[in-house]
Design a binder for this molecule. Structure first.
Ligand SMILES: NC(=O)c1ccc[n+]([C@@H]2O[C@H](COP(=O)([O-])OP(=O)(O)OC[C@H]3O[C@@H](n4cnc5c(N)ncnc54)[C@H](OP(=O)(O)O)[C@@H]3O)[C@@H](O)[C@H]2O)c1
Length: 182
């Protein structure tokens, strides 16, 4: 990345009226700071892989100062940095596990997770995808980027926007996905 070159591109795009708000994708805090040295537009969002089955930015914060695998800070505390600088985290692959291995919703590889999602879906009179989306946006400053173009699925996922999981429910879903506390 060459910040001066990016800054020139941003200026050109903004002057042409083609882009109103600028952000980054898969950047850690120091990369963002480096970019900020050159660009003058506020950086309002960072697209990052984030799903209940991909929780590195959460795990690192829960396992601070431990010596287990989950204590490794893979991203320079990007969750806290984003909240500190009012940068929205746009969660990509919000319903996938692994690096595009598949969807976890209704997948028999994730029986505990799907049982918990369904239990909460029943409680909130909604569906599992909505609960998975509600789980993500319960983290302050997070948006969901759904990849589906299926209208029914989009409507199902959007129901999650009206649900605020309790802190206990949020942890229950986190644990059901195989995550733990130190
Ligand atoms: N910045 C980056 O590096 C980066 C990287 C990857 C992706 N992205 C962006 O993030 C967006 C979302 O990523 P994604 O497409 O991997 O995410 P996703 O929303 O987790 O997955 C979408 C895929 O899952 C399928 N799916 C099956 N069951 C589903 C269910 N119950 N609920 C929702 N989807 C279900 C959809 O199939 P159907 O289409 O048949 O419904 C679709 O193919 C992409 O469109 C892309 O714009 C950004």
């Amino acid at each position: 990345m060459e910040p001066d070159e990016v800054a020139a591109a941003f200026d050109e795009l903004q002057a042409a009226g083609k882009v109103r708000h600028f952000g980054v994708s898969n950047c850690n805090p120091m990369q963002i700071e480096l970019l900020k040295k050159a660009v003058k537009q506020p950086l309002v969002a960072n697209q990052l892989q984030f799903a209940v089955t991909h929780t590195g930015m959460i795990d690192g914060g829960i396992h601070v100062n431990m010596t287990d695998d989950r204590s490794v800070d893979h991203d320079g505390s990007i969750l806290e940095y984003s909240q500190l600088h009012d940068m929205t985290i746009q969660a990509w692959s919000p319903f996938q596990y692994g690096f595009f291995e598949g969807v976890f919703i209704d997948n028999p590889k994730f029986p505990k997770l799907n049982a918990k999602l369904q239990e909460l879906a029943d409680k909130y009179h909604t569906n599992s995808s909505a609960i998975a989306a509600a789980w993500l946006i319960r983290v302050p400053g997070t948006q969901v980027i759904a990849g589906t173009t299926n209208a029914k699925r989009i409507a199902n996922i959007a129901e999650g926007g009206d649900i605020t999981l309790s802190r206990q429910e949020w942890y229950d879903v986190y644990f059901a996905a195989g995550n733990d506390l130190p």
